[in-house]
Design a protein around this ligand. Structure first.
Ligand SMILES: N[C@@H](CCC[C@H](N)C(=O)O)C(=O)O
Length: 311
């Protein structure tokens, strides 16, 4: 006897409703972002998967992340900022991004002050507009305690910091210092045998993911490979959590100077050269806060069609 089974039919395709999103594309040293005016709602207008699509450099607008200017949340803040990485994950902070946000809100709101208090998932961060399109940011204090970074690497100092700890990756023994600027960073200046990093010898595409997804970093990590040019001048490459190779990372540059000071290699004021250009970083002894100065500029404004998550 022949048994007839019902045929498996696909549900009729229903086009997900598309909405039009207005945005401005900004860049800070080539670290580029889609900025969204979200001041009328505390909920981002774009979902993580829509953000990932918009960041795609072939099928979308193209960017390293999507940044939302939201209404203030904390009592003393002027705005709140949230960001999605290009893979749709949500980091706590973005150094180049907050310089872009400062210039974006200055364009939106002519009455905005020159110095803002921005509420982020990493706490209150304070950018200040300078002449010539530059922005100086009070990035707050670094976090050094291993559990708070977070890393399971064994602390090397009585205060619980992970400084110059050895980690074997890709068959090599690297020395690492871990610093959080609200988001996690692992910084290396060299290997256990004493050889120092030369940035042109780093195969970032190969080793970057091995650090990002290493189990010693339970929240994944951004990784900085740093070549020392002098005690006040370094060259840095970055593999970003959730975004891969980028041309610059502001929180990474800040974390690098902190790591360099802790390892006794760098001065507290440093120029950090990134593939997209230089940042000036100061880790001030008087208040333990980090100050980052660099450019941010508008690239173009536009609209894009956003479909639902199921599309
Ligand atoms: N490019 C940023 C950092 C963005 C977040 C990072 N990818 C993370 O996941 O922590 C910067 O300029 O700081």
């Amino acid at each position: 006897m022949r048994v007839c089974r019902p045929r498996c039919t696909a549900a009729p395709a229903v086009a997900a409703p598309a909405t039009t999103l207005r945005f401005a594309k900004y860049q800070g040293l080539g670290n580029d972002f889609i900025l969204v005016d979200n001041r009328h709602s505390a909920t981002p207008l774009v979902t993580p998967s829509q953000a990932a699509k918009a960041c795609d450099r072939h099928f979308g607008v193209g960017a390293d992340g999507v940044i939302f200017a939201l209404p203030p949340q904390a009592p003393d803040s002027d705005y709140a900022m949230r960001i999605y990485n290009s893979d749709g994950s949500e980091p706590e902070m973005c150094g180049n991004g907050i310089r872009c946000l400062a210039r974006f809100v200055a364009e939106l709101d002519a009455d905005a002050p020159r110095r803002y208090r921005v509420d982020t998932l990493a706490g209150l961060i304070q950018p200040e507009l300078l002449p010539g399109g530059r922005v100086r940011v009070d990035m707050g204090e670094p976090i050094l305690e291993a559990n708070a970074i977070p890393t399971t690497l064994q602390p090397t100092t009585p205060e619980g910091a992970v400084v110059k700890q050895c980690l074997t990756v890709d068959g090599k023994e690297w020395f690492f210092t871990c610093v959080s600027m609200g988001n996690p960073h692992a910084i290396t200046f060299g290997y256990q045998d004493g050889t120092l990093i030369q940035t042109d010898s780093i195969d970032l595409q190969r080793v970057g993911p091995l650090f990002e997804h290493n189990p010693v970093f339970p929240a994944r990590t951004n990784t900085e490979f740093v070549e020392i040019l002098s005690p006040s001048h370094v060259r840095m490459l970055v593999w970003e959590r959730g975004a891969g190779i980028t041309l610059a990372c502001g929180t990474g540059a800040c974390a690098t100077v902190v790591a360099g000071v802790l390892e006794g290699r760098l001065d507290r004021s440093c120029r950090v050269d990134l593939p997209g250009g230089p940042l000036e970083i100061e880790w001030r002894q008087a208040d333990n806060r980090i100050y980052m100065t660099g450019p941010a500029e508008l690239v173009f404004e536009g609209t894009t069609s956003m479909t639902g998550d199921e599309a």
